[in-house]
Design a protein around this ligand. Sequence first.
Ligand code: NAD
Length: 484
Amino acid sequence: MRAQPEASHFIDGAYVEDTSGAPIECRYAATGEVIATLHEATPALIDRALDAAQRAQVEWAALRPVERGRVLHKAADIIRARNRELSELETLDTGKPLQETLVADATSGADALEYFAGFVATVTGQTIPVGGGDFVYTTREPLGVCVGIGAWNYPTQIACWKAAPALAFGNAMVFKPSDVTPLCALKLAEILIEAGAPKGLFNVVQGRGGVGASLVTDSRVAKVSLTGSVPTGRKVYAAAAEGIRHVTMELGGKSPLVIFDDASLEDAIGAAMLGNFYSTGQICSNGTRVFVQKGLKERFLSRLKERTDAIVIGEPMIEATQMGPMITADQLGKVMGYIAQGKAEGARLITGGSRIEGPGNFVQPTVFADVTDAMVIAREEIFGPVMAVLDFETEDEVIARANATEFGLAAGVFTADLARAHRVAAKLQAGTCWINAYNLTPVEAPFGGSKLSGVGRENGHAALEHYTEIKSVYVGVNPVDAPY
Ligand code: NAD
């Protein structure tokens, strides 16, 4: 199986190669075979990408908002028309099952392009009277060249969630995908050109952390948007601070999902499974601490086991497959380490717990019960299909325990009592809370983390704050009153 792109990078409207950059081997996670070999961007290529972006941004920002929107809309149409091909590439790039990628990746990218394409033409400023006929008007100015840095779990969606608002509001972007999943962002670059975007508006450079680091500190860069882990977030935030750059940080989590006795059992189990096993558990907002009220606990666990054991695991390209492998052998090793730790700490293994022998990075979906707050599997982000079920008795107790984490990305509550649902949601410390749902992230709603899970928000109207800045223009209509 091969998925070799025309070249490693997409700069100034065209594919570009320089084989002097360190090689990046892209492997299909289901078999381990190398499907593409790319090269890290050299300093000269990074320089070209930033130059191209700087040039393109000026021309692009001068367009009418509806004209920019039209290009993004066209790109979304192309993505939808090519959804199957793009989804197959996403599956090769990530190992996520085609059943998921067909509905969750390129399509959610298209949603973002459509949303911001429409939104941008509605953006206006304020007129502020300041006395005596003088007034101030405000405009929304693009920031300039933005850098996007992606994680490996949702390569197309992450590229689109960053590019769509950035471009809509008149910025240009240089995007660096994760070196583990370098393929999909190149397609977005190609499609934007086909849709009529100027050359250089959206560039893709490949590389590991070093390439990301050199983008973050370049004087031409006005903003950095990172999706990644907390340790990387700390480094990137600090490096961006040096140049007082704007940042958005979409980082990790260890989110609580709170299930009260009166919840619909099947719905709560479905949500817990989606929030732990979708994308083989490699989702930042996963509800990996599932708090189940004691009265429901044993029924919850036995039905959860039944449904988990029925998950179809296997070759991701087969549409009936529901769960694929872990992204890399390293990540599989990390997950197996956490499973061993869960067993050693005395958590009760309900199902799973082993790697699946054979080629590829496959692991069984795993459920631990009787997990306590102090256990490592209840504290650290695992980023694999490992669910920790914890018991609780009262509402106050579960809120305190749910919030006792350094993360604050997401949270969920299941109950038939809507007054309680809103009361609990109000107290949960998280950027996104779901009531009787989990992990739904429509582009219309802002998404992002509090506490160590991040800074800023993607999507929704909130994205305007993170890809523009306000200019105030004071208009004097009176004689200048100078004391000298
Ligand atoms: P990671 O932190 O290892 O890498 C993220 C990106 O940062 C990669 O492109 C990497 O090359 C780059 N990078 C690494 N060091 C850098 C540096 N010093 N300067 C600039 N760039 C650097 O994350 P990952 O393993 O690719 O992804 C998994 C993590 O991402 C998890 O913690 C997950 O929770 C998080 N994530 C968060 C969200 C969200 O929206 N909050 C979404 C998806 C994933």
